[in-house]
Design a protein around this ligand. Sequence first.
Ligand code: 5GP
Ligand code: MG
Length: 181
Amino acid sequence: AERRELLSAGDVARTVARMAHQVIEKTALDAANRASVVLLGIPSRGAPLAVRLAEKIAEFSDVTVPVGALDITLYRDDLRRKPARPLEHTQLPECGVDDRLIVLVDDVLFSGRTVRAALDALRDHGRPRAVQLAVLVDRGHRELPIRADYVGKNVPTARSEDISVHLSEVDGHDGVFLSQG
Ligand code: 5GP
Ligand code: MG
């Protein structure tokens, strides 16, 4: 099958760094409101991405933002794309989500149903002040009124195409590819 590189390993690193700068700017993240922002990655690949974003944010702003993972498997309203992984568990930072500015982090945004499920999952854990969304790739084809606040790369795709996101934490190397489904 045809496979085209969209982001090299270096591109992935630069993209995450840019997104970290954008989070710092858009959330006005500084020492004064350091208690406000929490990053929550959506497993599987959103979780390591959230950790990387937090590392870059710490590097650029000297603010350590709490980071965790939000498992949305039980909240899916469609099982078209069955998770090929065991149920992972939500790991919220000790501070919880109440009154926080939550930044959800995922690898690919497609229909928007995962994000909708994440909002349902969040509601069971508390009441954030606001929720934002960061994705490495927006591939279009939204089926819900959902958009990302931070986008690493917009990739117009055909429905039949598939984006492969490789992250070293999970896959041993970094890179994003577009392949025919
Ligand atoms: P959605 O729920 O928006 O339809 O799809 C987003 C979720 O499914 C994300 O968690 C993402 O990991 C996964 N996903 C959807 N489409 C793709 C794709 O083309 N490639 C990859 N790697 N993941 C996808
Ligand atoms: Mg996913």
